[in-house]
Design a protein around this ligand. Structure first.
Ligand code: KIV
Length: 262
């Protein structure tokens, strides 16, 4: 899969699937699946490192996780998140961070927001790097939103997000994530831009869907936002397996003769 394939998927009305991936062992599993795209999301600051928000993802973290994912999934299209505020410093700094992610093995970078850094996005695109936009509930701005709240509910904020989507399209982005917006707006944006929209909490009409891998696998039972579907009771399955191991060890039932060297 590459940027041309994603564009033709939109034209042909074929949905695009994407999940986050942060490490080598899950990348190895995802490499064998049909998933279209992997996202080394800055959500790794929360999911892998226990920080309270994505604001804590540094370029060093993004780089090290991107490289691990590339080693585990050599043939997947990988998008890497540019960390908090990267796009707002200088073109030099943003380009250096883009270079670090691309050298780590990403095929494209994702940048949150549009207004105020559209020229930076254009510059990255013109430098030959595919850029994915991200609008709606952009988690790096969670403090400004006053929490994880659905965006674009009022007519005025919906218009603003639609406007930003068009800006991203004109800047040359190859796609965009739409996060936590009303499904009507997800549909409207998808019909009004020529590039693929990948939704998370943006309803069924976007060109594709993305979920955080650990969320869809049910690794945190108590995290259940409206948009999330659990495809596994991951936390339950894993803790049961570990408890079975514990039981076998404490009962001297592991290892058996067959599991021991003669
Ligand atoms: O960092 C992330 O996981 C994301 C997804 C929620 C789209 O940006």
């Amino acid at each position: 899969m590459n940027v041309i394939d994603f564009a033709s998927k939109k034209r042909q009305n074929d949905k695009i699937s994407m999940v986050t991936c942060y490490d080598y062992w899950s990348a190895q599993i995802l490499e064998k699946t049909d998933i279209d795209m992997l996202l080394v999301g800055d959500s790794l600051a929360m999911v892998m490192h226990g920080f309270p928000s994505t604001v804590h993802a540094t370029i060093e973290l993004m780089e090290i996780h991107s490289a691990a994912v590339r080693r585990g999934a050599p043939n997947k299209f990988i998008v890497g998140d540019l960390p908090f505020l990267t796009a707002r410093y200088s073109v030099d700094l943003v380009l250096d961070n883009v270079r670090r992610l691309m050298h780590a093995g990403c095929n494209a970078v994702k940048i949150e927001g549009a207004i105020g850094h559209i020229d930076v996005i254009k510059h990255i695109v013109e430098s030959g790097v595919p850029v994915m936009g991200h609008l709606g509930l952009t988690p790096q701005s969670v403090e400004a939103f006053g929490g994880h709240k659905v965006q674009g509910k009022s007519a005025c904020s919906a218009e603003k997000i639609l406007e930003e989507a068009k800006l991203l399209e004109h800047a040359g982005c190859f796609g965009m994530v739409l996060e936590c917006i009303p499904q009507k707006l997800g549909d409207r944006i998808t019909r009004n831009v020529s590039i693929p929209t990948i939704g998370i909490g943006a309803g069924p009409h976007t060109d594709g869907q993305v979920l955080v891998l650990q969320d869809m696998l049910g690794m945190q039972e108590d995290f259940k936002p409206k948009f999330l579907r659990h495809y596994l009771k991951g936390s339950e399955v894993l803790s049961e397996a570990v408890d079975r191991f514990h039981e076998d060890v404490t009962q001297s039932e592991f290892p058996s003769c067959e599991e021991s060297y003669r």
